[in-house]
Design a protein around this ligand. Sequence first.
Ligand code: NAD
Length: 468
Amino acid sequence: MALPTKLLIDGNLIDGAGVLSVVDPSTGAPFIEVPRGSQGEMEAAIAAAKRAQPGWAATPLVERHARLERFADAVHQNADELARTLVMEQGKPLGEARTEIAHAEFFLRHFAAADLPAAVVQDDAALRVEVHHRALGVVAGITPWNFPVLIACYKLGPSLLLGNSFILKPAPTTPVTSLMLGALARDIFPAGVVNVVTDANDLGALLTAHPDVAKISFTGSTPTGRRVMASAASTLKRITLELGGNDAAIVLDDVDVAAAAPKIFAGAFLNAGQVCIAIKRLYVHDRIYDALCSALVAQAGTTVLGNGLDGGTSMGPVQNAAQYAKARHLLDVAEADGKIVAGGIEARNGGYFVRPTIVRDIADGSALVDDEQFAPILPVVRFDDVDAVVRRTNASPYGLGGSVWSDDLDRAYALAQRIDSGTVWINHHLHFGPHIPFSGAKQSGYGVEFSEAGLAEFGQTHVISIAK
Ligand code: NAD
């Protein structure tokens, strides 16, 4: 690999105290060893970030913009190597990996042009009151293994834009592209402004409890999110949590099944179902239930499962051994609670392959419907009463996204307003962008990412009130 894969601490690329063996999920075998950070190295990264932060915050905005733009350029110039490495560590098909890198660049360019200017909220004979947004200090970005490059970049961008320094801690099963991002960042940002430290799931807690870390921007599972929140309480640090979801898609009886099926399939099976905002339970009206199940089965039959680097592959393996074991268990659940009409395990080359699986004649109460599967196994649940399906959708402790599918937009809109989630899509699913607030309702999150509201969470509101 041409790009270095070392830890980045205080502007230095270092080997680290230990080693992480990174597995290619399409073979189940290690393909590279990269440094594993120690507690001492994480402490050194925090100290470096703390030292560098005031200078970075004092750097004129135009200069911070320019450096973020250069970082986006570097991601662009190295897109091919980043995408191929992403396939090897994460498993997704090369086309999806290229899209992830392009999205990362797009988000970086958005933040490289964004601003959160001061606002004057009162200016009269008595007072002038201004609201500014100051940097918080050291921000830690803790990322999961499903979109390691995109999520790292959309945490780094707003952190640096507002004058914070940044420590990236990737998931242990996908550290390689994050280390490559560190190598690119080293040549662009002053020493200590960006640091990248890997771990074996053992250093996140150090970050969340550390008094010199001002904010945790966390993306991962709901159980870990709870631990982050509890730990952050000791120092009352700022947290943004983007957590798990169990998005329902509700398909009304008037949809054009042939037109909707490919879109619903893509919304459920992108990245082998390992997307926080994927369709995870599909509620289909009784009148079109059989037709939509058949269309999804046909769609599953066109999927080419394989190594993401092989041309023609449209779905890769699930990302890691633990997730594969969970998927195998959920296939047993599907067998017991419903009827598998497409999919199942595909034993091939030691990889973690699960074919896109459609499970019909299954009901709420099954773990496959009620819990987040994060795997390519879609339960299709029948309904005939819209009010009841809204109740069933909203009964979940999750509330990340959801969608409503209907050829009657007024009907769909009225239904969308009743769904308890941060986002509801109508006749699509999975869409988000840096200008759109992204926020999980209930136990799917805490705080907002993206948009002005998300940007403000990377700063401290600072009011200057002047008596006249
Ligand atoms: P995870 O919670 O196991 O791990 C996420 C990160 O947290 C990793 O970097 C891990 O090392 C770190 N971590 C582990 N223990 C920690 C601790 N005690 N303190 C701090 N950090 C700790 O999640 P995962 O399995 O990597 O990712 C899958 C989950 O992420 C799914 O539930 C998915 O829905 C969710 N996710 C959510 C979003 C979103 O935006 N809402 C996006 C992607 C993934």
